[in-house]
Design a protein around this ligand. Sequence first.
Ligand code: GRF
Length: 191
Amino acid sequence: MLASGSGSNFEALVNYCRRKDVLVATVCLLIVNNPGCGAKARAERLGIPWILINHRDFDSRELHDAAITNTLKKENIDLVVLAGWMRIITSELINAFPKGSLLNIHPSLLPAFKGGAAIADALLAGVVKTGCSVHEVVLVVDAGPILAQAEVLITKADDHESLSAKIHQQEHLILPPIVLAKARHLAQNYG
Ligand code: GRF
């Protein structure tokens, strides 16, 4: 998994994979780009290996993504989940994996509210519902095939914090089963 922030989706997926009935996939590595991020602390607590590949150490997005790709390939990783990865992904990473092997979770009902401020944008737009989407990563940001969505109602009392909490709750429910389904599919393809 790749994460830049709090890592609550990372933790939800780790816990889901550890349940006895879903021993199909293992979260084997967390890559973070921010040294102090919550995701790293969660990985330490959960006993999941993590590595810092800090974008500030690279001259371009492509070089950063190349370093990430090398690490993933070295670890024989089949499926990459972006959960709060606040970086735009380049072809260096996308083209290194078969189509559909990179997934992202986004806090809106795509195609509505693409981009890095989806929750604020939904509040600003005054819509009565938003949600979250799991989708395949393609070169165009937040535009890949959608695999699952969940709706969240917005009330007059909602602010960024409360809406974000409601969306996270749904994300933790929809992301893990989709990742597991993908993992099963990959396992079948490998025979
Ligand atoms: C989630 O809302 C996800 O949709 C977005 O970033 C947030 C990450 O949350 N891409 P967390 O770090 O998993 O708690």
